[in-house]
Design a protein around this ligand. Structure first.
Ligand SMILES: NC(=O)C1=CN([C@@H]2O[C@H](COP(=O)(O)OP(=O)(O)OC[C@H]3O[C@@H](n4cnc5c(N)ncnc54)[C@H](O)[C@@H]3O)[C@@H](O)[C@H]2O)C=CC1
Ligand SMILES: O=C(O)[C@H]1O[C@H](OP(=O)(O)OP(=O)(O)OC[C@H]2O[C@@H](n3ccc(=O)[nH]c3=O)[C@H](O)[C@@H]2O)[C@H](O)[C@@H](O)[C@@H]1O
Length: 426
């Protein structure tokens, strides 16, 4: 099938590459010219394991092309994905500027039947409004169907998540496009969840909100557990054994970040308040998440009152392991706070070379801890969990390690003469 994907971010690139890899003819349209030029040579602007190899082989097979020419791509395609960003406005609402720009550019180009699929996460009612707008702009109703097909991939495992999702959510106004979508996704074996356009939008927000609430729940329990000298990792393991609860998203620590959870919770809260519904749980989840950096700083101050005069190394800058994305990264926020407090901050991340004023970034993990008084682990990269603690002990001046992700066994550090500070890990 001939497909046009608008937006070459995480979602657009993964969608384009996977569809092209399974035999579809894909045009990926990106408005940033330098990004297009880079992608044409097979260079991927983001760190996403496995994406570069699949992208290059799709280009070589002649199934994937990059362009900034929307008109050309739309003309050749019967299926159009919108995968542009929907960032956060200062009042918490979703900013639909990019989405609306696409609709304005797209509508005059629709002169034969096209399925317009929204992959971007958009507020409730956006796809209904899109349908109305296209009619208003004079697009013939026979020439299009709008589909809301939200994406559930995670950064770091984007390809595998897209190939093996637990469901495909399809929001429609009419059943006409469903069979075509099933053909498009012939290589994915997952149940279809068919609902209304707005139902699909809500499923997407609800999924992210539920996962974020789960994280804030375990972080609240971690605070209570700490007060009672209970190990939160035991609690997470214990409650997770109940299949109704499950083990996922019960890792206590510095909280959630990234390009989606913070903005999607804020957007859902905004949509809820707009309808005079107070979203107590969503508000509490955000409140807890926003308190976590302070909690760790209080903890550090309690254990090491002179920490502001110290040389501190932070391991981790990305919002989670296996990505170079630092959008809304709790690690970066922590680094910025430490710098503001006057600490001398040194940083190492396996893929991010962070540039923050008054900090020093390193390309070598062990070099970054030379003569450090304190080591803070802010992102649970595998390299940190598997660190050689003998080297760490030798190189550091101090002996304290703050594990903001509860990702290291306390006794591993103790065995090497290092002091472990986690949350609720007696
Ligand atoms: N990042 C993720 O893991 C996931 C993101 N989402 C949602 O998918 C959407 C996209 O997210 P990302 O891929 O992270 O966004 P992104 O911000 O990384 O990439 C969006 C791309 O679209 C391009 N763009 C903007 N306007 C354009 C236009 N008029 N024509 C052509 N290209 C244009 C931008 O230049 C940018 O390269 C968002 O709504 C997000 O909430 C959903 C699931 C996962
Ligand atoms: O809409 C989106 O963009 C995506 O948002 C998340 O994916 P992602 O942001 O890539 O990352 P996650 O693995 O969900 O982690 C999000 C944040 O939660 C934190 N987290 C996760 C799990 C946990 O137990 N504890 C915890 O603090 C991570 O460190 C990270 O900062 C969702 O998991 C995806 O399903 C969704 O498609």
């Amino acid at each position: 099938m001939d497909v046009c994907v608008i937006g070459a971010g995480y979602v657009g690139l993964t969608t384009s590459t996977v569809l092209a890899n399974y035999g579809h003819q894909v045009f990926c349209v990106e408005k940033q010219k330098e990004k297009v030029e880079m992608l044409k040579t097979g260079e991927v602007p983001i760190y996403e394991p496995g994406l570069d190899t699949m992208l290059v082989s799709s280009i070589e097979a002649g199934n994937l092309a990059f362009t900034d020419d929307l008109a050309k791509a739309v003309k050749k395609s019967s299926i159009i994905f919108i995968a542009v960003g929907t960032p956060q406005n200062s009042d918490g609402s979703a900013n639909l500027r990019f989405f609306e720009e696409v609709i304005n550019e797209l509508s005059p180009l629709i002169d034969t039947y096209k399925i317009i699929i929204t992959k971007s996460t958009v507020p409730l009612g956006t796809n209904e409004a899109l349908h109305g707008k296209l009619l208003e702009k004079g697009v013939s109703p026979e020439n299009f169907d709008v589909v809301s097909n939200p994406e559930f991939l995670r950064e770091g495992t984007a390809i595998s998540d897209m190939l093996h999702p637990d469901k495909i959510v399809i929001g429609v106004k009419s059943h006409t496009p469903i069979q075509i979508l099933q053909k498009l996704y012939h290589f994915i074996h997952a149940p279809y969840m068919i609902t209304s356009l707005t139902g699909a939008e809500m499923i997407k927000y609800a999924s992210n909100a539920f996962l974020a609430v789960k994280i804030s729940f375990i972080n609240e329990l971690a605070k209570i557990s700490e007060a009672y000298n209970v190990d939160i990792t035991d609690v997470a393991l214990g409650i997770g054994m109940d299949p109704r609860i499950g083990h996922h998203f019960l890792q206590a620590g510095l909280g959630y970040g990234g390009s989606c959870f913070p903005k999607d919770l804020a957007a859902l809260e905004h949509q809820s308040l707009k309808m005079n519904v107070t979203p107590h749980i969503l508000q509490a989840a955000q409140l807890i998440n926003n308190s976590l950096i302070d909690s760790y700083l209080d903890k550090i101050e309690k254990e090491i009152p002179r920490y502001r005069e110290m040389k501190i190394t932070v391991w981790g800058a990305s919002f989670k392991p296996n990505t170079d994305d630092t959008r809304h990264s709790q690690a970066v926020k922590l680094i910025e706070r430490l710098t503001k407090e006057g600490c001398e901050v040194h940083i190492y991340d396996p893929v991010v070379f962070l540039k923050v004023e008054n900090t020093t970034s390193y390309k070598d993990m062990y070099e970054s801890i030379e003569q450090s008084d304190l080591l803070i682990i802010a992102t649970e990269w595998h390299q940190f969990i598997e660190a050689d603690w003998t080297i760490v002990k030798e190189k550091m001046y101090g002996d304290q390690v703050v594990d903001c992700r509860n990702c290291i066994q306390p006794y591993t550090l103790k065995r090497h003469g290092l002091k472990y500070i986690g949350v609720a890990r007696p």
